[in-house]
Design a protein around this ligand. Structure first.
Ligand SMILES: [Zn+2]
Ligand SMILES: [Zn+2]
Length: 127
């Protein structure tokens, strides 16, 4: 029996799944779909979309329960480690703590901006 089905090749993205927290993968050998969009797939639950970006699957742009606009965003933990405020913003979303085993977390850009503003105010007071 022969099959011309290609084995899909994936590359990790810096985004995690909105429904299960799994890492979102970008399929690198699908070629553009009919609509010309790349294919993204969750490594854990297998949710799959063809879109310009992973946003429909991941937390980017998602809203908190209740609809408050928190401007959520996926962040690579390794990148966030250089920024204490980013780590604090991560902890607000329950990510990045000592027991956190994932490489990607979620922050609210709203909280992050607030923390930066607070930090900036503190620096001004010290002057
Ligand atoms: Zn998933
Ligand atoms: Zn994302």
């Amino acid at each position: 029996m022969t099959t011309d089905k290609k084995i899909p090749l994936f590359r990790l993205t810096e985004h995690i799944c909105r429904s299960c927290g799994g890492r979102i993968l970008l399929q690198t050998n699908s070629g553009p779909t009919g609509g010309g969009n790349p294919v993204y797939q969750c490594a854990d639950c297998g949710a799959r979309i063809s879109a310009m970006g992973p946003e429909p699957l991941c937390w980017c742009g998602a809203e908190m329960r209740g609809g408050a606009s928190m401007n959520l965003m996926c962040v690579l933990i390794a990148d966030a480690r250089h920024d204490p405020l980013m780590m604090e913003a991560l902890s607000h979303c329950g990510c990045g703590g000592p027991g956190y085993q994932y490489e990607v977390g979620v922050i609210s850009q709203h909280v992050y901006r607030f923390l930066r503003q607070q930090d900036w105010d503190k620096r001004q007071e010290k002057k």
